[in-house]
Design a protein around this ligand. Sequence first.
Ligand SMILES: C[S@@+](CC[C@H](N)C(=O)[O-])C[C@H]1O[C@@H](n2cnc3c(N)ncnc32)[C@H](O)[C@@H]1O
Length: 305
Amino acid sequence: MPDCAADLGELHAYPTADGSFSLQSDRFGEAFHNSAGARNEAQAKFALPAQLERFREGTPLRVLDVCVGLGYNSAVVLEALPTPPPELEWCGLELDHRPLDLALARQDFRSSWSASVLQVLEQIRDHGSWRQGGSNGRLLWGDARTMLGQIPGRQSFDLILQDAFSPQRCPELWSEEFLAGLAGRLAAGGRLLTYSRSAAVRASLRRNGLMLFSLLPAPGERPGWSSGTMAVRPGAPIPDGGPGWRALSLMEEEHLHTRAAVPFRDPSGTDDSAAILRRRSMEQDGCSLEPTNAWQRRWRQDSTG
Ligand SMILES: C[S@@+](CC[C@H](N)C(=O)[O-])C[C@H]1O[C@@H](n2cnc3c(N)ncnc32)[C@H](O)[C@@H]1O
């Protein structure tokens, strides 16, 4: 397990609006969740649009949790599995063991999960792997860019939960290359879910053959023009609207043709965030795409009549 104190910097606990607690990282200057509620957000953006009822007993469900943190996203997925549950094959990527340690040290966090989900989180903390009935999982501690490559090439996933810090703060986990690596792991019909509505992220996912949908806000979240993205590897037909998602609006489609859609590039998979942001800024300056503030102005005028 790596010594990560330097990677996330100091971590500060704070309460979110639904009563669940979350953390703020000094080094990234960002909270782990939006203030509407850590658990609400995990439920609305990850468990709901996953449509877990599609996975019945005897059907495998393969899940990749990118940036496990406090474990909310996987925990809500585990809690929402149908009964009897599918056989879950779970893999998690995370740099720092402290968020899960801090979460499991709190009684309010522990008492918010069923005994079996709590046991899974404890096994991850203590052993980096877990087994329960026909299900199992392991957490690969380290930089997700490197650890993704350690998952056997033949392994693909039905669900990828991508919950890295924002693209401006952690561009290394939103780069064209890293997203291509994730997209390449999606099985036919597989869904990548993320809170990010970034045009750069969406454009990278679309270039990698995925269909894009927009996520609806979590309860208590201030509604904006989008609350995240579901990206689907074509497989069985999927409707334009479903639990927690809708089709991209014209405004969102046009966003993908602005400078905001210039991708984060990290060709070696080892650059730091400053180098990736610099490279993108230079590419934006030299490109002929519409400036993003012109797109913003155009849509503001349209919505005010
Ligand atoms: C927004 S938080 C994730 C929240 C989490 N999904 C939850 O439900 O609590 C981002 C996480 O990314 C992790 N992280 C940051 N850089 C990373 C990297 N290069 N590789 C793997 N994990 C990273 C941080 O340690 C942090 O736990």
